[in-house]
Ligand binder design. Sequence first.
Ligand SMILES: [Zn+2]
Ligand SMILES: [Zn+2]
Length: 423
Amino acid sequence: MRIEDRMFDIRPKIVRTGQPAAITVRPRYRKWHGPFRVTATGMEGRGGSAPVILEGVRGGTGGITFDLPFPAEQEYLVRIEETGAGDPVFVGEVRLYALDDDLLPFLPWKGDVHMHSTRSDGREEPGYVAAACRRIGLDFMALTDHRLYEPSREAIRAFDGCPTNLLMMPGEEVHPPGTGAHLLNVGGSESVNAMLGSPAYREGVARIAAAAIDVPAEHRAAYAACAWCLGRIRDLGGIAILPHPYWETHDAYNVPEPLLAALFDHQPFDAYEVLGGYASQYREANSLQVARYHEETARGRHIPAMGNSDAHGCERGELFGWYYSIVFAERNERGSLAGAIRGLRSVAVEQSPGEFPRIYGPFRLVRFAHYLLREVFPLHDVLAAEEGSLMLRWLDGDRGAAEALAALAGRTARLYRSLCPIP
Ligand SMILES: [Zn+2]
Ligand SMILES: [Zn+2]
């Protein structure tokens, strides 16, 4: 968290482009005297690059309020100096963001939808993984154990009778037979793994393979198996994700190039895992996934981007929390998130410890997401961490935790709306 965000309460932080707004900055642990000089600069020089300077701004213990114009969508740097007797004294530099109308209705939801529990090869129980997700600031999650859908239901059931602000979706990692590839079913109402080998599966795969004459013959069956599974996930209301194509396994990448090319050509998936959960020594795979994302996008393809941790443990000190997605959606609800992802309103985030974050996706969202990571999420994450601890207490048998969580219902969404009120 930037020091200014600890020392000042700034409301609003996010405003509507083209509409002047009154900004209030309140000092939290000190007294101000004033008067103040306020200098605001649009960082990209959109709408004019000359700074707006307000002299003699006065305020009391409730802070100072000043009106600024926000002519264009961009980040604004606002410098505050105290100008009493003597030389001006620098007080702080606060950051604001002006958004165009089309993005204002959406809230930024953070989520990871690729994780494992003890039911496959992870380290913790399903419910524990969910609580740990809230503890690190995620708003939505899905457990995706290998070939298993039931553990994700188990994670959801662990909170029966306990209200939370975390959206827990059902999920599974689907292993289409004979392909070596993995796919993610996130939010689908049934297991696709359970359908593999059924007559419907065999007929469907045969039908897709017969039609896929542009796919090299040697890869046609694998393509058809993947496309059938992805199609079923979508039919079941789920988000169909193509994960880790460049994961090195069995002496080769997980998805052979001709099969990957066919998947990008036909795009039977909803989202591509631009960032997968690779430990430090395997990050080359993410570099390739990112390069592929940019190359396919440069060819004019619309490819929704996601980042997932693929964590096989929440307490191992790696992966969990390193990679996640931000989805700009109206509600933290499966249909709303799915629509946002398909509508290209998501980015993939890499935030490994001790390093600056890297974000991939459409430029405009990446630019805004960097602002959110720096200026807004630290405030959000403190609240989410408290809820995550309460969720763990619930799992540990503390029935009182449910009441405490009920009192916090909708709190993080309200925080965001207080920072970004739609005028
Ligand atoms: Zn996998
Ligand atoms: Zn996995």
